[in-house]
Design a protein around this ligand. Structure first.
Ligand SMILES: *Cc1c(COP(=O)(O)O)cnc(C)c1O
Length: 415
């Protein structure tokens, strides 16, 4: 049973039937999935959801496929951690980490969007899926395509982190490294998409793909006992996730599953690629594209497809945006690891660093509930920590050698 009415242009409102299409043929505006909320209301309730499997498909009425998902049954429903130690350090009363570093199967938030995109691609009859990626999307497309027997072509900037390349190739995907940054890869992919009849998850399938991001908001609300948080900090690459977090909370409110929805949404970027946060801070409605230069490669999109809507969403919800230097990204990764035992990739360092900065600036209220979306796993971006953590201490396999080390550690501590 489907609850999807079709696709609608976000600019001119033109309606289209369900198909692999992402821009309006009249005005070139982006298309978005429209649902029949009256029908959904009759099929969904807090109790019905509570009885379903612990994955993102527990909200299937709000996801745009007609049948059962082809992949990603176990994706989503990651822990929402009450972060007492980090809260104390940042000076926030009620802080939570939404921990997508442990998402399934490839340890990032992208497993949510790909589960939807590939399931939809199968429904639409494609035999090959493809994507342009900053890394995590590549991993997830390759793994999920393998799991459901589709062919995949994955296009990445050739200078990605080694783990992100290996974690794509291992699944047997056709991986193509492009000499250029993500924006150049994406431009090439638009041309390829026009010529080859493939399901490009972030091009012709993008309206469906993007809906998967909503599940982060849906889960956070359910895990908070069906309350939307007062504040949420969201990392931004294309800006899509941020806009869909809003859509997710909004839909729950419209369906009567939330009694209020006053969440302020904050965007986080690395200063070396901060077109969206720069525009918010300068109170501009439009962003200026940039050439990315940051260690936060998963967020390095200089010409963000949903940048305009991300700015609009941040302003509409009375949120704000900030950006942090690469050094602050590293500090953020360390801080989260040392306080909460969660090892995030560079995007997580961006989110934690930005949250800290927003608190210091008085933008993020200390006495309200705050959720940080931690979207990727630190094991994939280990090279940024080379020379940034202590050298491994190596000793002979003798007790007296360790006694010496122990005495030194205790001395250092008492200083
Ligand atoms: C893709 C990605 C995001 C957000 O991407 P959007 O394009 O803004 O939706 C955030 N964090 C990580 C780790 C990602 O890979």
């Amino acid at each position: 049973m489907s609850f999807v009415k079709g696709l609608r242009c976000r600019e001119c409102g033109e309606l289209y039937p369900k198909q692999a299409l992402h821009v309006c043929e009249l005005c070139f505006g982006p298309l978005e999935v429209v649902y029949d909320y009256e029908k959904i209301k009759k099929s969904i309730s807090r109790d019905v959801i509570a009885q379903r499997g612990k994955g993102m498909w527990r909200y299937k009425e709000l996801l745009p496929i007609d049948g059962e998902p082809a992949v990603g049954i176990d994706s989503g429903f990651t822990p929402l951690v009450r972060a007492q130690n980090l809260a104390k350090t940042l000076g926030i009363k009620e802080l939570y980490i939404k921990n997508d570093t442990v998402n399934h199967p490839t340890f990032s938030f992208k497993d949510r969007v790909v589960s939807v995109a590939i399931s939809k691609a199968k429904e639409l009859g494609f035999d090959t899926v493809a994507c342009a990626s900053t890394g995590n999307l590549a991993n997830s497309v390759a793994a999920n395509a393998a799991a459901c027997g589709l062919k995949s072509y994955v296009f990445i900037p050739s200078n990605l982190e080694q783990a992100k390349v290996v974690n794509t190739q291992i699944y047997g995907a056709n991986v193509v490294g492009i000499k250029g940054n993500y924006d150049e890869v994406n431009r090439l992919c638009s041309e390829i998409a026009g010529k080859y009849h493939w399901a490009f998850v972030n091009i012709n399938i993008r309206p469906y793909y993007a809906e998967g991001s909503k599940t982060l908001a849906l889960e956070v609300a359910e895990q908070l006992g069906w309350h939307a948080p007062q504040n949420i900090v969201v990392p931004m690459a294309s800006g899509s996730l941020l806009t869909k977090v809003y859509k997710g909370f909004r839909e729950l409110y419209e369906l009567g599953l939330l009694s209020s929805m006053e969440t302020k949404i904050y965007g986080a970027q690395a200063t070396g690629c901060s077109p969206i946060s720069a525009a918010v801070k300068e109170r501009q409605e439009l962003f200026k594209p940039v050439i990315p230069k940051t260690i936060a490669k998963s967020l390095a999109i200089g010409n963000p497809a949903d940048g305009f809507y991300a700015i609009e969403t941040i302003n509409k919800t009375h949120g704000w945006a900030e950006d942090v230097s690469d050094d602050e990204v590293i500090e953020g990764i360390k801080l989260l690891s040392e306080t909460e035992g969660i090892f995030a990739e560079t995007a997580g360092g961006v989110t934690v660093g930005v949250a800290k900065k927003l608190v210091e600036e008085g933008r993020l209220p200390r006495n309200e509930s705050v959720v940080l979306l931690i979207t990727g796993n630190g094991l994939k971006t280990q090279e940024v920590l080379i020379n940034r953590i202590d050298q491994l201490m190596v000793i002979p396999a003798r007790l007296d050698a360790f006694d010496e080390v122990f005495r030194e550690k205790e001395r250092a501590k008492s200083k």
